[in-house]
Write a protein that binds this ligand. Structure first.
Ligand SMILES: Cc1cc2nc3c(=O)[nH]c(=O)nc-3n(C[C@H](O)[C@H](O)[C@H](O)COP(=O)(O)OP(=O)(O)OC[C@H]3O[C@@H](n4cnc5c(N)ncnc54)[C@H](O)[C@@H]3O)c2cc1C
Length: 269
């Protein structure tokens, strides 16, 4: 088996999200970034395959420089190589512009057998990047994987669908997204955590990736966010106290007032 590549995303820690009033995109460079929780399963599965098949694991992330601590977390879990894909030209990227950058960086790591991503991010939540990156690289993709094994140059995958589990046999290389539910996540090694403090690692720009700027970031994104607004809940619930009969009467009167009782009667007919 050739090397395994894992793509991890930094997402703003809940409560630290700020939106750029002009571009309506998230201000990631000023937010406190945490590892996208579903990517923890991608890292865990990569480390299991590393142990089982003795394969090299490369972890990459596209984002602002404050993604670096997340790559160091991956090192503490056992990653062999770390790559930060960072350039102001990447800012405001939609899923297509993000997938272009990841695809180009992955291409540069050939030969590889497997790319593992999380099922979806907790901020954009599109789940589009894994299959989109695979399409750009003309590779097969399998989403929502729960288990993997490998023999005779074949991957045997189990994935979760709406109709139960599905077994697949796929020839490498391929891209998968991991179901976030794994029964065990290894803790980071203390020794590697200490080593990670002074760790320097590769950082690649648009120029290093030989990507034209008009394909990247906000400029290269067919999806433009028209507006972002904070949902303000105007109506608050009311708490009624009293005897059940009295409260039942009060509720029926309120439903009658709002003309909802007729509607209920029609539905129950
Ligand atoms: C609220 C919100 C709504 C959005 N809606 C859209 C939309 O409708 N359409 C659109 O095109 N864009 C949208 N975006 C932008 C989108 O979030 C970014 O393009 C993002 O970089 C990739 O999409 P995603 O977060 O949905 O990733 P997903 O496809 O959900 O992520 C799946 C996996 O891909 C990998 N991955 C994703 N991003 C990176 C990265 N930067 N570095 C390394 N690996 C990565 C990770 O393994 C991750 O688990 C939205 C962003 C926000 C905050």
């Amino acid at each position: 088996m050739e090397r395994i590549i894992v793509c991890i995303k930094g997402v703003p820690r809940p409560g630290t999200v700020k939106v750029d009033p002009e571009t309506h995109t998230l201000k990631r460079e000023s937010a406190e970034l945490i590892l996208n929780p579903p990517d923890r399963a991608a890292l865990e599965m990569a480390m299991r395959l590393r142990e089982r098949y003795g394969v090299e694991v490369v972890v990459m992330s596209m984002g602002p420089p404050n993604v670096a601590p997340l790559l160091k977390e991956a090192f503490a879990l056992g990653a062999d190589e770390l790559i930060l894909l960072s350039d102001r030209a990447f800012a405001g990227a939609d899923t297509l512009a993000t997938s272009r950058v990841l695809a180009q960086a992955i291409r540069g790591l050939t030969p590889f057998s497997l790319v593992i991503m999380g099922l979806k991010s907790v901020d954009g939540e599109t789940a589009q990047v894994p299959p989109e990156t695979a399409a750009i690289l003309n590779l097969p993709s399998v989403i929502n994987v729960i288990d993997i094994s490998y023999s005779n140059n074949r991957f045997y995958l189990t994935r979760e669908t709406n109709y139960g589990e599905e077994e697949l046999e796929v020839e490498p290389p391929l891209i998968i997204s991991m179901n976030p539910k794994l029964e065990y996540f290894r803790p980071p090694s203390l020794k590697r955590l200490l080593q990670a403090r002074d760790l320097s690692f590769k950082s690649m720009t648009a120029q290093d990736l030989n990507l034209a700027e008009d394909l990247l970031g906000l400029k290269g994104s067919p999806t433009q966010v028209a507006g972002v607004f904070e949902k303000v809940f105007s109506q608050r619930g009311e708490v009624w106290k009293g005897e059940p009969e009295e409260l039942a009467d009060k509720l029926i009167n309120l439903l009658r007032e709002k003309g909802l009782l007729q509607k209920l009667a029609l539905i129950n007919r």
